[in-house]
Write a protein that binds this ligand. Structure first.
Ligand SMILES: Cc1cc2nc3c(=O)[nH]c(=O)nc-3n(C[C@H](O)[C@H](O)[C@H](O)COP(=O)(O)OP(=O)(O)OC[C@H]3O[C@@H](n4cnc5c(N)ncnc54)[C@H](O)[C@@H]3O)c2cc1C
Length: 432
């Protein structure tokens, strides 16, 4: 095998496609522990954003010299992603609606206005909406203001369907996808790498790409790079025409609120509302397991918050609920690296914004393997690493403290404590 890719989420699947589009003669295998799209890729909110940097202000904080190029790359990446979906005929319910972010507390109104001005200065097509204007668009007594952004910065889609479509596209190009193949370890072998699979099987490859996101604890050297945090989602029953009329929202924009602990919500193709976010839960020891997806208190809280936002829909049933693990880094952006003398490359750490940016990261992984002279590899965004996260037993209290401080900021009109401001100065944060 020329390249073995571990993980069949967006990162792994896009990497196989981008490698084979560049060199169709490559022999590429994708080894997936469970099923295609089983991880975050098949269970996220479906906001496919242009931003590679978890937003503009985060880019300005961490990569001020590279903002323009990262913004350009992000917009081009999203346009290419949409073009690919259309060209390949992938039915993933893609809707070019753009987004609408709303203020749900007075302090967020000024923040949104400032954010809109900043975005406009950087060429985004955004509009600030006052209370009346935003409530006219989507009827909720809670919205105090909003910022609407054009679809060149974000489209909505059904992520599981995208993952399945990418798998078909990868196989059409010659990739072999092996589901039910959990990788246990990697060993140097005969100038390449021996990939050890659960059950005793092995795959020998010249190079390996690790694309296991929040589940990357199996490769010990990745543990300081990320923390897995669980994010929770509810989906309502389909809304009746009367219920749809009652909330407006004809533009079907992807919506979110502007709190630190924020909700994201959108309409599905079959007229349900997907409502997720708010809690971001870390389990000691970087543990990821299906048991963590069951958290009744969080689902109940989300349901109450939904009715608070849309009192017209009181009594609606939630027919689906699920959770997934997000690979959070201290600077909220993907991090790249290599080990075993350049035979193994990895990309992880999208921090809740990987639906679009995984395709771009896959291009970087492709360049690392096939085009080492690509100028993109020299970006500090690509070549530098985020501030490492300490090991246990310090990790759990550190994450908890940051989480509590972020919640506290929401309760104190957005004012960040001395502790959070000190971390901001060091470029360390906690987000989902
Ligand atoms: C609830 C939730 C909501 C989100 N909402 C959004 C959103 O609206 N917009 C957005 O941009 N981003 C969102 N995200 C983040 C986004 O989904 C991720 O950034 C993105 O899907 C990461 O893709 P990935 O391929 O790197 O990882 P994953 O999709 O997690 O794929 C990793 C794969 O590796 C496999 N694997 C793990 N260990 C092994 C092993 N040892 N051997 C073999 N295979 C292994 C897993 O089974 C999995 O399929 C959300 C995430 C969650 C959890």
């Amino acid at each position: 095998m020329d390249v073995a890719i571990v993980g069949a989420g967006f990162t792994g699947l896009w990497t196989s496609i981008r490698l084979l589009d560049t060199d169709p003669t490559l022999r590429v295998a994708v080894l997936e522990a469970d099923r295609v799209g089983w991880g975050a890729s098949g269970r996220n909110g479906g906001f496919c954003a242009a931003s590679l940097t978890h937003g503009l202000s985060n880019a300005l904080l961490h990569f001020p010299d590279e903002v323009d190029v990262l913004e350009r790359e992000g917009v081009a990446n999203l346009a290419e992603l949409v073009g690919f979906v259309r060209a390949e005929g992938i039915d993933c319910e893609l809707e070019e609606t753009g987004t609408l972010e709303v203020a749900v507390a007075p302090w967020q109104v000024d923040e949104l206005r400032d954010a809109a001005e900043l975005a406009t200065r950087h060429g985004h097509a955004v509009t600030f909406l006052d209370r009346e204007a935003v409530q006219a668009l989507v009827h909720s007594p809670r919205w105090l203001a909003g910022v609407r952004a054009a679809p060149d910065r974000c489209v909505m889609l059904n992520p599981a369907k995208l993952a399945w479509g990418l798998a078909t596209a990868a196989e059409r190009r010659g990739a072999v996808i092996a589901e039910g193949s959990r990788v246990r370890g990697l060993r140097r072998h005969a100038g390449g790498v021996r990939v050890e699979v659960d059950g005793g099987g092995t795959v020998d490859a010249a190079q390996v790409v690790v694309a296991t996101s929040a589940y990357s604890g199996w490769l010990r050297r990745l543990v300081p790079r990320f923390v897995p945090v669980y994010d929770y989602v509810l989906v309502t029953e389909p809304l009746t025409p009367v219920q749809r009329e009652a909330i407006g929202w004809r533009g079907r924009e992807g919506m979110s609120d502007a709190a630190n602990q924020f909700h994201y919500f959108r309409q599905t193709a079959d007229h349900r509302i997907l409502w997720g976010g708010y809690d971001a839960i870390y389990h000691p020891g970087n543990r990821v397991m299906p048991a963590h997806e069951r958290r009744p208190a969080t689902y109940d809280l989300l349901a109450r918050q939904f009715v608070d936002a849309f009192p017209q829909l009181d009594g609606i049933r939630f027919e689906h609920r699920w959770a997934g693990a997000i690979d959070t880094t201290t600077r909220f952006t993907v991090t790249f690296g290599e080990t075993m003398g350049g035979r193994v490359h990895y990309a992880l750490g999208y921090t809740g914004l990987g639906v679009g940016s995984t395709r771009w990261a896959a291009g970087i992984l492709r360049d690392r393997l096939l085009r080492p002279d690509s100028p993109l590899l020299d970006l500090r965004f690509v070549s530098s690493a985020p501030f490492p996260i300490p090991p246990e037993p310090v990790r759990t209290p550190a994450v908890e403290l940051m989480r509590r401080e972020v919640i506290r900021a929401d309760d104190h009109e957005g004012r960040r404590s001395l502790f959070l401001r000190a971390l901001d100065t060091l470029g360390i944060g906690f987000n989902s």
